[in-house]
Design a protein around this ligand. Structure first.
Ligand SMILES: Cc1ncc(COP(=O)(O)O)c(C=O)c1O
Length: 358
């Protein structure tokens, strides 16, 4: 607890800081030993071997120098990987930083930031932090998103995670394309989990000038700790993002390692396939056990145990050192979110669930 004197220092908070509730990331358990951590959608597989090699061979003398401010080597590697040009790519310290850059560059008091509920809660936090008016549009009772409900105005910044965070539900790209063709605002298509889905909306970034497609090295690349995100948009939007970014926003090691990651795409995609196969297996076993499981397309599943409450299941698993994610919000409190682990981890989870639920 801060002392009374320390508490007084809150007088320096500005209006926004005073009212801001920080974004709450998933629990990082302090337990050591054998735990199964399937609560924050990290990959269970090691980082790409080429990344490990690049870090081991990194010339430490180079730490003396600032990193490339325009991140040109990594942007060129991303451009080569995704068959586009570097002037259509912006990089950030995780895609979280890119989301903040988007607010910084394109939102004002006259804007309306729009998101679905549920979705990635950082969008709401960022809107508050930047003092931008916002609106959450509830998803339907089956958690699907009705794009007709999105206000269609030039001042709207619509943040759409596809697959959606928490639910994993995926909107086919043709549906997104039709929406975008008639949309007057700016669409931020957050594709953090897209490698686990059947298709991506990347080509939309070349077709339309009112879309930014964000990606991350965190999930499919097994590199949450590296903090590298990237996005695709037309060069004018990319230039807008470059204007607001911190000069040296991506450290030198992350730039080198992420460049190597782009060259290890086959390894990444092999792991993606293993996770997708496991996701389908876990989906089918849980469904047979009487759970209601959403047909998620990310590296996680949202599941309602039905026979006991989601909170009870979350707590019972935690006692067995298995950490899944529980959200107490009204739309999600009947569900636990389970990140897909290795086959062995999933077996342990399913066995534990059998023991708890019967
Ligand atoms: C939908 C979505 N977007 C973005 C992120 C942030 O990813 P990064 O690690 O690149 O900041 C997450 C993280 O869980 C997410 O769920």
């Amino acid at each position: 607890m801060p002392s009374k004197k320390a508490k007084n220092a809150a007088r320096f908070y500005n209006e926004i800081t005073r009212s801001l509730e920080p974004y709450i990331p998933g629990e990082q358990p302090k337990v050591t030993g054998s735990i199964i951590k399937i609560n924050t959608n990290e990959s269970p597989f090691p980082p790409p071997p080429k990344v490990i090699r690049a870090i081991k061979r990194f010339p430490f003398e180079a730490l003396r120098l600032y990193p490339e401010p325009d991140i040109h080597t990594l942007r060129a590697a991303i451009a080569a990987r995704y068959n586009t040009s570097a002037d259509r790519i912006h990089c950030g310290n995780g895609s979280d930083e890119i989301l903040a850059d988007i607010f910084n560059a394109f939102a004002s008091k006259k804007s309306l930031a729009v998101f679905t509920d549920p979705t990635y809660t950082l969008y709401v936090t960022l809107a508050k932090r930047f003092g931008i008016p916002s609106r959450s549009i509830p998803t339907e009772s089956d958690f699907s998103i009705d794009l007709d409900k999105i206000p269609n105005r030039a001042n709207v910044l619509f943040f759409l995670a596809n697959p959606n965070a928490q639910t994993g539900l995926f909107i086919p790209i043709e549906t997104v394309r039709k929406f975008l063709a008639g949309f007057k605002g700016l669409l931020i298509l957050d594709e953090a989990y897209v490698d686990f889905a059947a298709e991506s909306g990347l080509s939309l970034a070349k077709e339309f000038d009112n879309i930014i497609v964000t990606r991350t090295c965190s999930k499919s690349f097994s590199l949450c700790g590296l903090r590298v995100g990237y996005c695709f948009a037309n060069p004018v939007l990319i230039d807008g993002l470059a204007r607001v970014k911190d000069s040296y926003n991506l450290n030198i090691l992350s730039q080198r390692a992420a460049t190597a990651a782009m060259e290890d795409y086959e390894y990444v995609m092999r792991n993606v396939k293993r996770i997708v196969d496991e996701r389908e297996r876990v989906f089918s076993v849980l469904t047979k056990r009487g759970f209601t499981v959403l047909p998620g397309q990310g590296n996680f599943l949202l599941a309602n145990p039905n026979r006991i409450s989601a909170k009870e299941l979350y707590e019972a698993l935690k006692k067995r050192n298995i950490f899944v994610r529980y959200f107490s919000t009204s739309r999600l409190r009947d569900y636990v979110r389970i990140t897909i682990g290795t086959r062995a981890q999933n077996d342990t989870l399913l066995k534990a669930i059998h023991g708890i639920v019967g």
